[in-house]
Design a protein around this ligand. Sequence first.
Ligand SMILES: *[C@@H]1O[C@H](CO)[C@@H](O)[C@H](O)[C@H]1NC(C)=O
Length: 157
Amino acid sequence: MAKTVALIAAALCVLALAGFAQCEEQFSVMGRVYCDTCRLQFVTRLSEFISGAKVRLECRDRQDAKNVTYTIEGLTDAEGYYSVPVAGDHEGEICEVTAVSSPDAECNEPANERARVSLAKNSGIPSQNRYANFVGFLKKEPLPECVDVLKELTLVE
Ligand SMILES: *[C@@H]1O[C@H](CO)[C@@H](O)[C@H](O)[C@H]1NC(C)=O
């Protein structure tokens, strides 16, 4: 079975060389960008999603963090979702998505989240789709209702 799949993949690569299919593109990294309306650096029920936000996926060598092996940027759709294609296998590398810029002037301070994704074929994940954790931007002023959210989370009494 695995052999058949490998053969089909190889056949597709041959077709790709002939211009029929894309061979290099192996993964899609998907995720969502939020506006952290409570400035808590996690998603709450008051979080909003940002359309037109820019994210960057960057892979670096595990041994040498200065060695950037892959970079691609993407934009979120109306619901804040993005999907970026990744060519090649990235075993032995650390690949992370970060939030780069937001078109929302009230919510454009990157929350500095790094959403790590595995982009190795041998990771045991059968799908070509790899889902990254949320990355976001902090709203300038937290919403007044954030007090309630904090109470719900029992972080404050
Ligand atoms: C950078 O990392 C890649 C992937 O791990 C490796 O193949 C390559 O040799 C590295 N390049 C340098 C200059 O260290």
